[in-house]
Design a protein around this ligand. Structure first.
Ligand code: HAM
Length: 419
């Protein structure tokens, strides 16, 4: 028990964190190219925020939240997703007071009590963004393009954007009534969850994992929301598709796509990879800011799963640049070399080089083996000769080429060799 992590969590060891850092760096770089700024919000919030924001009828809220009472008896929940907290912060900090659009991004852990399996964990990480105060369909297309850019820039291939529009407070109630009318005669054929969905949120039946419920949907000729959208939603959707085409972002319309969160209005999408599943998803939410107590403000965003994306890159054998190798490993031959190592390391590190040494008093041969093992670019060999002349013998490990360089010129020497 003491040495076992909780189910659905992972330890990221150094060989993993280099991949994570690379992904995070690419994501940040992409977000910043689109002029987003980072926001960091708490990993836990009042439970009520998610119940209201994400929606009581979603699996996330009804089955998957890590909810507990704190010592003062308040109900708090580890965030299952990033949007609700960011919107809470947007309202609480009155960011809506700015005349400009807020473009915010985040990277961090999320928590859902799900059945752990490949690509599905209880603590997982998302990189995501939210844009507030703009309704333009061109923005929807731009946010989708950004979502795709991050995944493509990391080297993943064969991605599909599945696109849908899920209506608005004008057309959704009409669709709900039509679903109820179509499915009520078949109510008993639906799974128990869908029987409940039929009453509370029939749109969610399209998202049921049960094959039989999909047969019932077909038999009942239940209309999709696209079949029943109002003119304004149709116009918005057409403009989004047009902007995507103008940017050469490929997509397929999937009228059955329903996201696992209730806040979406109009545009909703998922980025999927063949034979793998969903890597990222998002959508527009024009009612959410008001729902959590702010002024009516349109919003849109997406989030991708860090673990899932890394899994996809591994499955596609995408090479990730290896970092974390020392530029110089300092090996000492004797006691005077050992003393001289101190200023040499100091100079290397203060000049910005990644430098390491042996701390265990091992033999020179063992130190050289260690330098090889950690894939150092250079090994610096220090003995009495070097200490007395104030110079460093540097061996380039790939080529075997060796030079003796005065300490004062060490940095310049490394720079000239591209290190
Ligand atoms: P979501 O589709 O629930 O959307 O999650 C986004 C991504 O997080 C998924 O595509 C997946 O890669 C990853 N993910 C979700 N659950 C897990 C899990 N249990 N284990 C591993 N990865 C997981 C949202 O969360 C919305 N907040 C996205 C959004 C932002 N919509 C508007 N703005």
């Amino acid at each position: 028990m003491l040495t076992q992590r909780p189910r659905g969590t992972s330890d990221l060891l150094p060989q993993d964190t280099v991949l994570w850092q690379h992904l995070e760096e690419v994501a940040r770089e992409c977000f910043e190219r689109y002029n987003y700024d980072e926001i960091r919000v708490p990993v836990f919030e009042h439970t009520e925020l998610f119940a209201r924001g994400v929606g009581e009828t979603t699996d996330i809220v009804s089955k998957e939240m890590y909810t507990f009472s704190d010592r003062a008896g308040r109900s708090v929940t580890l965030r299952p997703e990033g949007t609700a907290g960011v919107i809470r912060a947007y309202v609480e900090n009155k960011l809506y007071g700015s005349p400009d659009v807020s473009k915010l991004y985040y990277i961090g852990p999320m928590f859902r009590y799900e059945k752990p399996q490949k690509g599905r964990y209880r603590q997982f990480h998302q990189y995501g963004c939210e844009v507030l105060k703009a309704e333009s369909p061109a923005l929807d297309a731009e946010v989708i393009a950004l979502n795709v850019d991050i995944i493509a820039q990391l080297g993943a291939k064969g991605l599909t954007v599945e696109l849908n529009s899920v209506g608005c407070p004008v057309c959704r109630p009409l669709h709900k009534d039509a679903m109820i009318a179509a499915l009520t005669p078949y109510r008993d054929d639906l799974c128990r969850d869908c029987q409940e969905r039929l009453e509370r949120n029939p749109l969610r039946i399209f998202d049921c994992k049960n094959e039989h419920c999909h047969e019932v949907l077909a038999k009942a000729a239940a209309p999709t929301i696209l079949d029943m959208q109002c003119d304004e939603c149709n116009g918005h959707f057409a403009a989004v598709k047009q902007s995507l085409a103008a940017m050469n972002v490929a997509y397929v319309v999937n009228p059955l796509l329903v996201r696992g969160l209730d806040y979406y209005t109009r545009t909703a999408w998922e980025v999927t990879a063949p034979g793998f599943g969903t890597v990222a998803g998002g959508g527009r939410y024009n009612a959410l800011v008001a729902q959590v107590g702010g002024p009516e403000t349109p919003g849109i965003g997406f989030a991708g799963g860090v673990e899932r994306l890394l899994l996809l890159l591994r499955e596609q054998n995408v090479e990730v640049p290896v970092t974390g190798r020392p530029d110089v490993y300092v090996a000492v031959a004797d006691a005077s070399g050992d003393n001289f190592a101190v200023p040499v390391l100091q100079q290397l590190r203060r000049s910005g080089y990644r430098a390491d040494r042996d701390y265990q008093g091992r033999s020179l041969k063992t130190q050289l083996k260690a330098a090889d093992r950690v894939h150092a670019t250079f090994v610096a060999i220090l003995g009495e000769a070097e200490a007395s002349t104030g110079s460093v013998t540097l061996k380039h490990l790939d080529s075997g080429k060796q030079d003796t360089v005065p300490l004062a010129q060490l940095t310049e020497f490394l720079k000239q060799r591209g290190v």
